[in-house]
Write a protein that binds this ligand. Structure first.
Ligand code: ATP
Length: 373
């Protein structure tokens, strides 16, 4: 889906929301058919953003419009029930006393549609989503994955102008998460309106979102396609999330970046001298237990090498992540075999090397303004 196009028919939020002493100040758009993933650390304001769209919090200033209709501005504030928003929460929030069919029929019933007609409509949604076998079950008889699929059916059955998903997979175990992720991927693509998906999980964001918006401390710090954000993270939080090393520094005319927190790295590419962020994949760094090439070795080694102390080892799915203190400190990924062969233990002095071609540098800048809708 194209970013930013036709946002007039999508969602446009430009304003501030206050909750106690916290302020969210944001401009964001989600075009029709576009899935925007909102990422951010705890307390960043992600839920506040969704609540403001749903009408559970009011904007202190600014405007919110969805599908060409103003939901809030200086003079208007639609009540939550007047907003055509389909919301899916992490804890499903199905009505426990109603079976699945009546849960999905609920919005139509609340809008005054006759019971038989509302149930026919709900049955249609359940069939479309492959959930008709669950129609007669009560929420207590559903697994977490099933409950969350029903919650999506209920949200879609409202025929909303925007879908709001608040950490929809956070309460699920790994198996159900995979299942629901596939389900969302299929059915979000069929929904023609804007989707705002709040998540902590970078994989979920990568798989489901067309565009990412990163919020920290109530402010937008970065937005872009998942690939852009992963390649050039704008903050340490994003870099960690994407599993990258990120340092800030100053690039000189000699092609070396002097890092703010010590050390320097050589680049292979031409970048404009000045303030930069430097990203390096943990798997692009090699570990050695002695100085590469020996103390007086020939210059055959890669252009970046530095020493450090192994602070910790963490087993990941298919590798081991090392945290090395040094100048610069770095995350390094190696195989379990390498850990054994090199005798890597906490506290050990190591040498790190990285090819200059692996070092990605880009200007340290404020997020680019949104393209006009
Ligand atoms: N009812 C409230 N009254 C006052 N402040 C609140 C209230 N609820 C949340 N806050 C504050 O608003 C800020 C943003 O909270 P919010 O829940 O939007 O963050 P979040 O990004 O969704 O975090 P999390 O990932 O932990 O859910 C936090 O600093 C929080 O302390």
């Amino acid at each position: 889906m194209s970013a930013g196009t036709g946002a007039g028919r999508g969602l446009v939020l430009d304003g501030t929301v206050h909750r106690g002493s916290f302020e969210l100040a944001l401009r964001m758009e989600a075009g029709p058919g576009e899935v925007v993933g909102v990422l951010g650390p705890n307390g960043a304001g992600k839920s506040t953003l969704l609540r403001a769209v749903a009408g559970l919090e009011l904007l202190s200033s600014g405007t919110l419009a969805v599908a060409g209709r103003v939901w809030q501005d200086g003079t208007t504030a639609l009540r939550p029930e007047e907003r055509a928003a389909g919301v899916v929460f992490q804890d499903y929030r199905l009505f426990p006393h109603l079976d699945v069919l009546d849960n999905v029929a609920f919005a139509a019933r609340a809008a005054g549609v006759r019971r038989s007609e509302a149930r026919d409509g709900a049955a249609g949604w359940l069939s479309r989503l492959g959930l008709h076998d669950l129609a007669r079950r009560r929420p207590a008889q559903l697994s977490g994955g099933q409950a969350q699929r029903v919650a999506l059916a209920r949200a879609l059955a409202r025929e909303p102008d925007v879908l709001l998903l608040d950490e929809p997979m956070a309460a699920l175990d790994a198996g159900a998460r995979l299942e629901v992720r596939g389900f969302l991927r299929t059915h979000l693509a069929d929904f023609g309106g804007p989707v705002v998906l709040v998540t902590h999980d970078p994989l979920e964001a990568m798989v489901l979102a067309d565009r990412l918006v990163v919020v920290e401390g109530g402010r937008l710090v970065q937005q872009g396609t998942p690939a852009e954000v992963a390649r050039r993270p704008a903050s340490t939080y994003v870099a960690r999330l994407m599993g990258l090393n990120l340092w800030s520094g100053r690039l000189g005319h000699d092609g070396r970046v002097e890092l703010d927190r010590g050390g320097s790295l050589a680049l292979a590419t031409d970048a404009t001298p000045g303030r930069v962020l430097v990203a390096l994949r943990p798997s692009a760094i090699s570990v050695h237990t002695g100085r590469p090439g020996g103390p007086d070795g020939p210059g055959a080694s890669p252009r970046n090498q530095w020493s450090g102390r192994l602070a910790s080892l963490e087993r990941l799915a298919d590798r081991v992540r090392l945290q090395v203190e040094g100048r610069p400190g770095a995350l390094v990924d190696v195989t379990a075999a390498a850990v054994a062969e090199l005798g890597l233990v906490e506290g050990r002095e190591v040498w790190l090397t990285a090819k200059a071609t692996e070092v990605e540098a880009y200007p340290e800048s404020r997020p680019a303004p949104l393209a006009p809708g």
